[in-house]
Design a protein. Sequence first.
Length: 303
Amino acid sequence: MSLFKKEKEEKAFHNKKNRLDKWTLFDYINAAFNIFLIFITLYPVWYVLCISLSSTEAINQGLVSFWPVGFNFDAYGEILDTPKIPRAYFNSILYTGVGTVCCLLMTILFAYPLSRKNFVFRKPLMIMVVITMFFSGGLIPTFLLVKEIGLLDSMWSLIIPSLIWTYDLIVMRSFFETIPHEIYEAAVVDGASEIKILVSIFVPLAKPAIASIALFYVMGQWNSYLTPSIYLTTAEKYPLQVVLRDMLINMTGQNANDLEESRFTPEALKNATIFISVLPFLIVYPFLQKYFVKGLTLGAVKG
């Protein structure tokens, strides 16, 4: 009798598994919808690349849609032949690297005491932090302040005024608060200092959150255009975004009639500059995505 019951249960289990393995109408609709979302997300980037690699005739006649027509690298050659581009790439990498490290350091050092409930000035400082999300000094006062303290036309004028981003600080503080207080108490009993606790315990446990915030800082620093165009006055210090925009204005504006029509159009040049500026993130983001997703979701569900 028990053998018969066991065989019946196994048969019921396999039937249930087969039903779960079968695709329902909802599954097909869901898959089609997700494929559509992926398409409308990736197609603009792909279209920019196709335009930048197509010939003048194909672009003027509107023949480019899903594949490059008249494949060539003339627009990219024109951009990369300009001496300013390698220097601008170096400047952007330098500003982004130094800025991200400094921002992360200050964010972690500020978020840690705010996450400690026994910190005396926790509430007043948190109120000051939240206020900055709704009110700021304004562009002109900030520019005058940067000028008065001697940071104008330097790398630090792009980094120091935006050392801490309020939203990222709040995220980091909230993540630190999810770390069990018992771990902190055990470290204190063992005689560890606050710096030791932060470096040896909190920072390693907060790697997903740190990676997520680092990605935000990198994107913000790399894509920054307005700030360097205001604070930097020396052309050799311009980052990539400013140089590419200046090139685009010069080549598609006053020099548009001088471009060789057989090589490339201003449209191809414009799309080539766009693709060059986003290329680093297209390469790096897939490797950071797992940390990004984990950092945003970890600690969201508590049991």
